[in-house]
Design a protein around this ligand. Structure first.
Ligand SMILES: [Zn+2]
Length: 184
């Protein structure tokens, strides 16, 4: 598909007749729609092994993305850790909705939430980036988002918080929280 796209670009640019150029451009855009939609599904995630930030094309997860630094696999089918150091880049560099689970190791309700989030991440891989924030070790982010309880689930779109929920919720409620465009 990308080869086909390039061919249309080249043909359009080479055309000396504006009319044909426009026609072909329209044709190009129509063909491009599917490709571009996929190409823009990018996420920025920190490698779980070396913490290097990587840009991942979520439309090509089948290619098994690897860390550009250490070469080990970047997996987005389970919650990916974010920290005070990486959270800004992850939110700013991710085109799909981001769900952030703000937890603590000693928190019982967080442990109840964990398998629900694992399932959600697996079911929505490539469509929603599921992240987790250790609130004990990342106080700046915890304060920045004004978290008063854990677990707190935050939903971001285009880097902005659009929804949040404090406390344990069911899988069904989690689906609704992420898909709802407005604060619930
Ligand atoms: Zn790495």
């Amino acid at each position: 598909m990308p080869i086909l796209t390039r061919w249309f670009v080249k043909t359009s640019l080479q055309s000396a007749r504006p009319g044909i150029g426009i026609m072909r451009h329209v044709h190009f855009k129509r063909r491009c729609a599917g490709v571009c939609y996929g190409a823009h599904k990018r996420a920025t995630v920190a490698c779980p092994f070396c913490v290097t930030l990587n840009r991942v094309d979520l439309a090509r997860l089948g290619d098994r993305p690897k860390c550009g630094n250490c070469g080990r696999p970047i997996l987005v089918d389970w919650p990916v850790a974010v920290t005070d150091a990486t959270v800004h880049a992850v939110l700013a560099g991710t085109a799909v909705p981001v769900l952030m689970d703000c937890y603590a190791d000693w928190c019982g309700p967080c442990k109840i939430m964990a398998p629900i989030l694992d399932d959600f991440a697996r079911d929505h891989q490539g469509a929603v980036l599921v992240t987790k924030l250790d609130t004990d070790r990342n106080r700046a982010t915890t304060q920045r988002f004004g978290m008063r309880a854990i677990p707190t689930l935050l939903v971001f779109r285009h880097g902005r918080e659009v929804n949040r929920h404090a406390g344990v919720i069911s899988r069904q409620q989690l689906d609704a929280l992420v898909s709802s465009p407005a604060r619930g």
